[in-house]
Write a protein that binds this ligand. Structure first.
Ligand code: SF4
Ligand code: SF4
Length: 465
């Protein structure tokens, strides 16, 4: 007997979500408008920083390796802020998931938001579920070509706007817009716009729910954050079963409240039937809740046959109680407070001046003809001010030390200029008499002559191998 063939690939079945009205649909519209507005408009917010610093509130300046977020400026040396931000985002997502389930997936994930927008465009141009299905099944005609072309052109337009908005975060938005208008966009920028336009078009226009089901790792492990008090979308089978068609005026005796109308199924953007229980595909968007509530209103039964619920409440037949003070929530809240507290503290105490000192490795020291010892260092002064500042360099804990700056022109250690928002690199030679210790610990100190701010760094002065 031949072995049954194992299918490793299931062909995508196109889903035609039907239009629905209700509380959660309104929340989704609001979330979409808010999130898309933030995404498209943020690069246009101005923030004066003075000097030659960029006046864009949110900007990742790859050319000068800086990140700007309103009053915060991140240098490459401060990449730990980005690490902190990523840790915060991940733990905040776990925290929200433990409390409210997949609320991120249902309302705020870019894949959900853009797919919702694309489905809305499809509906406006081609009509609701039945009209779209009929159009797809019908042979090609002028009407079909027209409707499909208009849909895809609008999708592409949204894709280009999405890619265009993304590159504004990496360039001065008004300048780049002028370049776009005059068709003078640099090739790398154009490549990014085209790439992102097509990925948006493909992901939101075609891949849709496949991204959530097969590509997104979060849908696979989010159940690890769930417990019995996490909000999930659930069908009340005790009340709904046995399901069956129901005519107006018929008795409800021995019948469940589900009239098997399929409204909850046809509105689902993931194409699932929530009555079969909690499924990995369910993004907790709440649209089936709206659909079923509308049906219940029509047949005069109480709402909530499908609703946001918790396992705990379902088991005990009670109302869902989020129980905020659960151990896992406290852990998440603790990590969030710790990381954000640390980031806030380091931002508030952030110095506009930094110093790094690198001792020469080869040779580690040189003995001069007069018996003195000379050590070489590379000193970098980070001037995070938006104006040029001048610094004085001193060496501490080394008697009668002489400092010489190697430069093409006469440069005194008492007057080291560093341009605005720049790092000044200096080759420095320190000469002193031979020390008792082989490697003496010394201190480099720079003083900002304008605001008398000081910064110190420990190094060594080597006298012997
Ligand atoms: S919408 Fe409500 S009544 Fe209709 S099939 Fe779904 S659960 Fe049953
Ligand atoms: S089952 Fe309901 S909540 Fe889950 S994805 Fe479908 S419509 Fe959204």
């Amino acid at each position: 007997m031949s072995e049954p063939e194992i299918q490793l690939f299931a062909k995508q079945q196109k889903i035609y979500p039907r239009r629905v009205w209700g509380v959660y649909r309104r929340v989704k519209w609001l979330a979409m408008i808010l999130l898309l507005s933030i995404y498209y408009l943020s690069p246009w917010i101005r923030w004066e920083r003075g000097g030659n610093a960029p006046s864009q509130a949110i900007l990742i300046d790859l050319e000068h390796t800086r990140g700007y977020f309103f009053g915060i400026e991140i240098w490459p040396q401060e990449v730990y802020y980005i690490t902190g931000l990523l840790v915060l985002s991940a733990v905040a997502l776990f925290f929200v998931t433990a409390l409210f389930g997949r609320v991120w997936c249902g309302y705020a994930c870019p894949q959900t938001v853009w797919t919702d927008l694309f489905v809305w465009v499809e509906r406006i141009v081609q009509g609701d579920r039945n009209a779209r299905k009929k159009l797809d099944e019908s042979p090609w005609s002028l009407e079909k070509i027209y409707k499909k072309t208009v849909t895809h052109l609008i999708w592409l337009f949204i894709g280009v706007c999405t890619g265009g908005a993304w590159v504004f975060y990496f360039n001065d938005a008004p300048t780049l817009m002028e370049q776009i208008i005059h068709a003078e966009v640099p090739l790398p920028v154009m490549t990014w716009i085209i790439g992102l336009a097509f990925s948006t078009y493909l992901m939101a226009g075609f891949a849709r729910e496949q991204v959530c089901t097969y590509m997104c790792p979060y849908s696979r492990f989010q159940s690890a954050m769930f417990d019995k008090d996490t909000l999930i979308i659930a069908y009340d089978e005790k009340r709904g079963e046995p399901r069956g068609k129901h005519k107006a005026g018929d008795s409800w005796e021995n019948k469940g409240h589900c009239i098997d109308c399929d409204s909850c199924v046809v509105v689902c953007p993931m194409g699932i039937d929530i009555r079969e229980g909690l499924q990995m595909e369910c993004i907790a968007c709440g649209l089936c809740v709206d659909a079923c509530n509308n049906v219940m209103d029509k047949i005069g039964l109480p709402r909530g046959l499908i609703r946001y619920n918790t396992e705990h409440a379902r088991e005990h037949g009670t109302k869902p109680d989020l129980r905020l003070l659960r151990p896992r929530n406290l852990w998440y809240a603790g990590i969030i407070s710790l990381v954000s507290g640390f980031m806030l503290y380091s931002l508030l105490t952030r110095s506009p001046l930094e110093l790094t000192v690198l001792h020469d490795r080869n040779p580690v020291f040189v003995q001069l003809a007069d018996g003195h010892i000379r050590n070489g260092y590379t000193i970098s002064i980070l001037n995070k001010n938006h104006a040029e500042h001048v610094y004085r360099l001193q060496v501490k804990h080394l008697d009668n030390a002489h400092i010489r700056i190697e430069a093409s022109h006469e440069t005194s250690p008492d007057s080291l200029p560093v341009f605005a928002d720049s790092v000044g690199h200096f080759r420095v030679f320190v000469t002193a008499s031979k020390q008792a210790e082989e490697r003496k610990e010394i201190e480099f100190e720079i003083t900002d002559l304008k605001d008398q701010l000081k910064e110190e760094k420990t190094s060594i002065f080597v006298s012997e191998n």
